[in-house]
Design a protein around this ligand. Structure first.
Ligand SMILES: [Fe+2]
Length: 243
């Protein structure tokens, strides 16, 4: 969908920290509800780029991304964030593709082939170990890898915190988002994802404690307003029900 999302300019790199950029994209529908999309780009120490949750309109963004450095890694960070990975693979065939457990299967269930080189695990692979920390949160419903860029103290989440700004959302979605506990400034783990983690509360607590231990300065998320300061305090707020 090409109508404004409130995060214009779309398909433009926006610096959020040294060697970290975001790019906002158009809407994607999930069970009928429109979600604004966002990708994150991190430049690793060797100069290669790590692309988290690539957004659509590759042609409108690829040249700007390539100007930052060679695209080395495409990351589908959770089981439902992979929609435009194939387009980026086609544009940057030399890149390695990493996918969250469950992503390829979900894509296949919708008639889409998602070709992954590697599955993401509960620890960073050698390709970015020492620069980006990583854990894997998994419930029976949701699976998501979380990342922490050490140099910039940036935590990169996908759906574990959603922080929709109601004024930027279609009016009819606002009651749903409030019910889902996903509204700015008190964006949290959406209620459906949180319920899925109830049987794995101890595991989730372990992942949240690891994220708090990273002591992030900021949190970049895929949907809604990012938290550009006090990252650790925002984690304690957002996950207060599991701590
Ligand atoms: Fe999402």
């Amino acid at each position: 969908m090409n109508r404004p999302t409130g995060y214009e300019p779309l398909y433009a790199l926006k610096a959020v920290a040294p060697d970290v950029w975001i790019a906002d994209g158009g809407w994607i529908r999930f069970y009928g509800v429109p979600f604004p999309t966002r990708m994150t780009v991190i430049r690793l120490a060797g100069g290669g780029l790590w692309l988290h949750s690539p957004i659509g309109n590759v042609d409108g963004l690829a040249d700007a991304v390539a100007a930052l450095g060679p695209v080395r890694h495409l990351v589908a960070p959770n089981w439902i964030h992979y929609a435009w990975v194939p387009e980026w693979q086609a544009r940057f065939p030399q890149a390695t593709t990493w996918g969250c457990p469950g992503a390829a299967e979900r894509a296949a269930s919708r008639g889409m082939h998602l070709a992954l080189d590697h599955e993401l695990g509960d620890a960073p692979p050698g390709a970015w170990a020492g620069e980006i920390d990583q854990r894997l949160a998994r419930s029976g419903f949701h699976r998501e890898a979380v990342f922490f860029h050490r140099a910039s103290q940036t935590l990169v989440l996908t759906d574990l915190i959603m922080n929709f700004e109601p004024a930027k959302m279609p009016w009819w979605t606002r009651p749903l988002l409030r019910l889902g506990r996903a509204c700015d400034p008190d964006g949290r783990m959406p209620r459906d994802i949180a319920m899925g983690f109830l049987p794995q509360a101890e595991h989730l607590r372990d992942v949240v404690e690891a994220m708090i231990g990273w002591d992030p300065a900021r949190i970049v998320i895929a949907h809604g307003r990012c938290y550009d300061r006090d990252g650790t305090a925002e984690l304690r707020r957002a996950f207060r029900s599991v701590m």
